[in-house]
Each structure stands twice: as structure tokens, then as C-alpha cells.
Design a protein around this ligand. Structure first.
Ligand SMILES: [Zn+2]
Ligand SMILES: [Zn+2]
Length: 259
């Protein structure tokens, strides 16, 4: 499994794209598609016309805005250049209404010459090829259903919080993960509602027994403090600050032999 950070910042950030992660298994999976992440997807060398599975954590625009230029380009490309496979958008409650409305309202979108499927994920696991994706509800905004995701393939486990406060659902999603990418919007000194600070991230990683913690989704204020050291007060595993286009390979493990 390989994971590429497409965006480690927030909606408006001077140097980082907003939320987005590419996960490559036997599938090409995109988790969130915030502003400026489409350019990083292209710069990372991924073929955007092969993206068939897009997972959205919640409906704040820093997590989905680049769907618009992506889909506009996909329709154009499929019409005039080469056919592309269908696209499935997965997300929390309300995803069918939001993306259904966009596809109806934005000129040209309804004429896409490839199938578009919109699936609202309940908390649970789906299988795509040999990859398992689990969605779990996390606490972020009282008015929105928000989910984090866990991906399993060949024994490797990747977990992603989306935007979240410390909550039991998030600890469960990250259980034993090789890599957990967590919302580290703030430093301990400047906490904010709906998000974790670095200390919360360390606590989630420790309680989940994660092997490696990647801090991401930085507001500019987080960069004025040593958030890595702050997370390290509770988590003694490896901690990395996310950077746009950082690429990480997760170890494969042979499945245990059944008796
Ligand atoms: Zn949010
Ligand atoms: Zn966000």
C-alpha cells in the first residue's frame, strides 16, 4: 500500500493544499478532494482518469471543492479525448443530496458519458477488489455527519480521521494502524472546537496502538508551535509532520495461515 499526501493544510492556507490523500492498493482510492489537491494529484504522477473511487469525510468545502474542476475535466476528457471508467463517490449522510445537486446544477455535469454512482456509507466495511474500506462516524460538527476511514490491504492498515475531535469512534478506526493521519488543526496552547490539537492526536495514536502518527490538516497557527513534540508527550511511536506530496509506503504482511 502506498499513500500520498495531496494536501496537509486547510481551506485557505498560504503554502499547503487543503485535505486530500491518495491511497494505492490494488485500487486507486482518493480520500477527500479539497482545494488545490487536484494539482498535487497531477504533480504526484497519478492518472486522474483512472480514479474510480472518491471517499469524502464530510461536506466542508476544504474537503471536496476540487471535485468541481476534476469532474468538469473528466466529462470533457471522456467526451472528446478518451473514454473513462465510471466514478463512485462515497460519503456520509447527505452526500447523495449534495453531489446530486452539484451534478444537476453545474452546466455539463449531467451529460457525463460515464456512470456516476453516489453511495452514502453507513458505519461499516465495503470491499473493493482486494481492498477493505471501513467508514466510522467521528465527532466534528453538530450539524454534519462526519466520517473517518480505515483502509486494509495485504495486512497493511491506513487510517484517516477526516476532521475530528478526540472521540472513541476515532480510536476504534485507528486500532493497530500502520499509519494514522490525524487532524492536527491546532497546537495545545490554542485549541479549537471540532478539531484536535497535537496532544489529542498523540492520545488517539497511543490509545489505538498505532505504529506511526502523521499530523496533518494544519491551520497556520499550528506551524508556530512544535506540534510534533506536543504529540510526542503521549505517543512514543514515530511521528511525522505531513507535507504536500509526501509519499509513504506501508508494509505488506502475509495473511496468517489458517489451520
Ligand atoms: Zn470540517
Ligand atoms: Zn477541514
Amino acid at each position: 500500500m502506498r499513500m500520498t499526501v495531496l494536501g496537509s493544510g486547510t481551506n485557505v492556507h498560504p503554502t499547503r493544499a487543503a485535505a486530500g490523500y491518495l491511497v494505492e492498493t490494488d485500487q486507486l482510492l482518493l480520500f477527500d478532494f479539497g482545494p488545490r489537491t487536484l494539482m498535487n494529484l497531477i504533480k504526484a504522477g497519478a492518472d486522474r482518469h483512472r480514479v474510480r473511487h472518491l471517499f469524502i469525510t464530510h461536506h466542508h468545502t476544504d474537503h471536496f471543492a476540487d471535485f468541481l474542476p476534476f469532474f468538469f475535466d473528466a466529462v470533457f476528457h471522456a467526451k472528446f479525448v478518451a473514454p473513462r471508467p465510471g466514478l463512485t463517490i462515497y460519503g456520509p449522510r447527505g452526500t447523495r443530496r449534495l453531489f446530486g445537486t452539484l451534478v444537476k446544477a453545474v452546466p455539463g455535469f449531467a451529460q457525463a458519458p460515464f456512470p456516476l454512482t453516489i453511495t452514502e456509507m453507513r458505519d461499516g466495511t465495503i470491499r473493493i477488489g482486494r481492498t477493505r474500506v471501513t467508514a466510522g462516524t467521528v465527532v466534528h460538527s453538530p450539524s454534519l455527519h462526519c466520517q473517518g476511514y480505515r483502509v486494509e490491504h495485504n495486512g497493511a492498515v491506513f487510517a484517516y480521521s477526516g476532521d475530528a475531535e478526540y472521540c472513541a469512534g476515532l480510536v476504534e478506526l485507528c486500532q493497530g494502524a500502520d499509519v494514522a493521519v490525524l487532524d492536527c488543526s491546532f497546537p495545545v496552547q490554542r485549541p479549537g472546537a471540532g478539531h484536535m490539537h497535537a496532544g489529542d492526536c498523540g492520545r488517539v495514536a497511543r490509545e489505538a496502538g498505532a505504529k506511526r502518527l502523521i499530523l496533518s490538516h494544519f491551520y497556520p497557527v499550528a506551524e508556530r508551535y512544535d506540534v510534533k513534540a506536543q504529540a510526542g508527550r503521549t505517543f512514543d511511536g514515530r511521528i511525522t509532520l505531513a507535507r504536500d506530496r509526501m509519499r509513504i509506503t506501508l508494509p505488506s504482511r502475509a495473511a496468517p495461515r489458517s489451520r
